[in-house]
Ligand binder design. Structure first.
Ligand code: FAD
Length: 317
């Protein structure tokens, strides 16, 4: 049996989360196919065909698939689901919107947020055992599934990205399913930023409640992010207080990130924040409280007032 990855894309290109999901799919065993369900999405399908490790791209194209409406994408996945032993989605907002619908329709359990595909393989020769973090990442559950088809969401920070080029998969056109008519796309407001996207950034600088106001957050954190070419992040306390926008939140109820470098300024290191960033390669913490829990995960800790330390750091860089 083959393994199907549901591509995350914008009809023109493939989003990075798809590459990590392909790596997880390869670990499941069997041929890896990628479904590109979109509208005028030929360029995205071509991009998917170049991903290393992909054997086939299935391209379904229709106006109802343009915006990734969950009802329509789920119907498209279900139309071809019987060909697959595993169907993998990135554990992103859109993947998590579609996967449960597919699992419910197939009457199987969803295996959420996997970080590892473990051996041994099941009787079918493909993987049936997975690891996933629970309790905000404080414990790892090993989950074995005997369902005929395994519906999986993949924590993208748990798997390296597959190479975006080097593959040469065939692109097969699939008949698009009819618009379910249950929802319609009204509009979207996309924040435009020259900064790297938080979950794809190699460097992230995050600010916490200690910043005290939106003005101070911008004044202190933005120059550091500019100097480092970093994405900006924030704790939930900073977001809730309006110092930073919602989509900057890092943590259990925000984004899960694992950059090369994560700088936390004025963040205490509550477990819900750590759940979102503790897999970062190098963690730098600036906090004036030597007992702050963030220091327990930091590779480099600076016990200092951030209003002095961050501008000094910017000057020194
Ligand atoms: P605080 O805990 O108030 O810490 C501020 C820190 O700044 C302190 O350590 C202090 O010593 C330091 N400080 C103060 N002044 C200075 C200064 N001048 N210079 C240097 N340091 C200074 N939180 C998240 O971040 N992300 C989540 O996704 C998330 N999800 C949650 C989900 C649930 C269900 C719950 C219950 C909570 C969640 N939280 C989350 C909230 C979390 O528990 C903490 O409340 C939050 O992370 C605290 O944010 P903070 O570290 O900015 O603020």
């Amino acid at each position: 049996m083959s393994v199907l990855v549901i591509a995350e894309h914008d009809n023109a290109s493939i989003k990075g989360a798809t590459l990590n999901t392909v790596t997880a799919a390869v670990a499941c065993g069997g041929d890896v196919h990628v479904l590109v369900a979109g509208h005028n999405a030929g360029a995205a399908a071509q991009a998917a065909s170049k991903i290393a490790g992909v054997a086939k791209v299935i391209h379904a194209d229709a106006p109802g698939l343009e915006h990734g409406l969950a009802e329509n994408v789920a119907a498209q996945v279900l139309a071809i689901a019987s060909n697959y032993s595993h169907i993998l989605f990135p554990a992103t907002a859109s993947g998590k919107n579609v996967a449960p619908r597919v699992a419910a329709k197939l009457d199987v359990a969803q295996i959420s947020d996997i970080t590892k595909v473990t051996q041994p393989q099941g009787a079918s020769g493909t993987a049936d055992t997975f690891e996933r973090p629970i309790y905000a990442g404080n414990a790892i559950a090993t989950v074995q599934s005997q369902d005929a088809v395994k519906i999986i969401t993949v924590r993208t920070t748990g798997f390296d990205a597959a190479a975006a080029t080097g593959g040469s998969a065939q692109v097969e056109t699939a008949a698009a399913t009819a618009d379910a008519g249950k929802s319609s796309f009204v509009g979207s407001e996309i924040a435009k930023s020259d900064r790297p996207e938080l979950t794809a950034a190699k460097i992230i600088v995050s600010g916490g409640r200690a910043l005290g106001s939106k003005e101070k957050f911008d004044e202190v954190m933005t120059p550091l992010a500019d100097k480092l070419g970093a994405a900006l992040g924030a704790s939930r306390a900073a977001v809730d207080a309006g110092y930073a926008p919602n989509d900057w939140q890092v943590g259990q109820t925000g984004k899960i990130v694992a950059p090369q470098l994560y700088v936390a300024a004025g963040i205490s290191g509550a477990i819900q924040h750590l759940a979102g960033m503790k897999d970062s390669k190098v963690i730098v913490a600036i906090n004036k409280d030597p007992e702050a829990p963030i220091f327990s995960v930091a590779d480099y800790g600076l016990e200092a007032d951030l209003f002095t330390a961050v501008p000094e750091l910017v000057k020194a860089l």
